[in-house]
Design a protein around this ligand. Structure first.
Ligand code: UD1
Length: 354
């Protein structure tokens, strides 16, 4: 079986790691295509190195641009790649512009498309990711859903026959890395001279929190007013937008720090008092690591984290403070994101459906 994986942005490299490992173990001929959506070494290369993926077989070098320019450049480049490799499946991941471009190119070439992390919905049509995931799900031939909630969304859209519940591959990679780093002190905590458990980890990068100056100012003020140091792992997008809007990120409690490699991020979360984020992945990772999360959004796709009490939504500075300072949630045995063996199931399903 030959499979082409198309990835381009940081969370997709994390999902690719357990999939690649499972493909290698099963003898799958796996071709990895990197669109180049993320190109900074700390958003890209470190994940390939640290998570044992090796180097991509094809690099499109598309880079940044408006949605249309970026997605269009990927579409134009992918046709030739798929034509050369003619795989049994094109596997696409998550909800970025790289996801929708690869799905669209492949289905039009009559190559079967499998969508990993299918069925997530925010029902917020102002999010670019919502359009990417809805369009990808409806184009794809096989929908690999991470949760029962995702399965239910797909059924409601008439896609039940193409859907299989496999679990969440981010659980696979997170548990492996957690076990590697949990006995060591966090390099970030040591470098910054922080007391273990005495800081928050924050990330902010979504368009809805960064593009509007008033919105970004509100979020940064909220982080700055928290009761202990907030290490803001600053995605290049928030750095660029803050500079353009004339907003200083280093306010009050905020300590600005470049993004971390995955093992260092997991270690930094494990030793923190909580996470404040608008990232999808971090909400789930915090839950799986038993770290309270405050999500700076109006809704979340990962509703299980909220229902189980480990995540709260925060709209403004006051809600960010209330969320971060809330008492520690009750422990739970619930495992809505699978058992850490989702990637093996993905291989099996792709073989069964070939
Ligand atoms: C993208 C995804 C988002 C995902 C995120 C993970 C889309 C629509 N969005 O958002 O769903 O959560 O990745 O990080 O696909 N930039 C750099 N260096 C880089 C990459 C980006 O400086 O390596 C800067 C550029 O100013 C660029 C901006 O970040 O214009 C936005 O990058 P882009 O890839 O368009 O989207 P993300 O915000 O990273």
């Amino acid at each position: 079986m030959k499979i082409v994986s198309v990835v381009g942005a940081r969370p997709q490299f994390v999902k690719l790691a357990p999939i690649h490992k499972a493909f290698v173990a099963a003898g799958v001929d796996h071709v990895i295509v990197h669109t180049g959506q993320h190109y900074d070494p700390m958003l890209s290369d470190v994940f390939f190195e640290d998570l044992g993926i090796g180097t991509p077989d094809v690099h499109l070098g598309v880079g940044s641009g408006s949605h249309g320019v970026q997605t269009g450049a990927m579409l134009a480049a992918l046709d030739a790649v798929f034509d050369e490799h003619r795989p049994d499946w094109v596997l696409v991941y998550g909800d970025t512009n790289s996801t929708v471009a690869a799905a669209l190119s492949a289905v039009k070439m009559h190559i079967r498309v499998a969508h990993l992390e299918a069925g997530l919905r925010s029902f917020n049509r102002r999010m670019p990711e919502e359009h990417n995931r809805v369009l990808t799900d409806h184009a794809a031939d096989l929908l690999l859903a991470p949760t029962q909630v995702a399965v239910d969304h797909l059924a409601a859209e008439g896609l039940a026959e193409r859907t299989v519940l496999v679990g969440d591959v981010m659980t696979d990679v997170l548990f492996t890395v957690r076990d590697e780093v949990s006995s060591r002190p966090s390099p970030l905590v040591e470098d910054l001279g922080l007391a273990a458990g005495g800081h928050y980890i924050a990330t902010i990068h979504r368009a809805e929190n960064t593009d509007d100056p008033a919105r970004l100012a509100e979020v940064v003020a909220g982080l700055g007013a928290l009761d202990r140091p907030v290490v803001l792992l600053a995605h290049p997008r928030v750095v660029a937008k803050a500079e353009a809007h004339g907003i200083s990120l280093s306010q009050g409690a905020v300590v600005v720090h470049p993004p971390l490699a995955y093992p260092e991020l997991v270690a930094a979360m494990l030793s923190s008092a909580g996470v404040v984020t608008d990232s999808g992945g971090l909400q789930k990772e915090a839950f799986l690591l038993g770290v309270p999360c405050t999500t700076v959004r109006t809704e979340t796709e990962w509703v299980e984290t909220v229902e189980l009490g480990w995540n709260v939504l925060a709209q403004d500075a006051e809600e960010i403070a209330r969320g971060a300072g809330r008492p520690r949630p009750e422990p739970t045995d619930a495992a809505p994101y699978g058992d850490g063996r989702a990637a093996e199931r993905v291989v099996q399903v792709l073989q069964d459906w070939s």
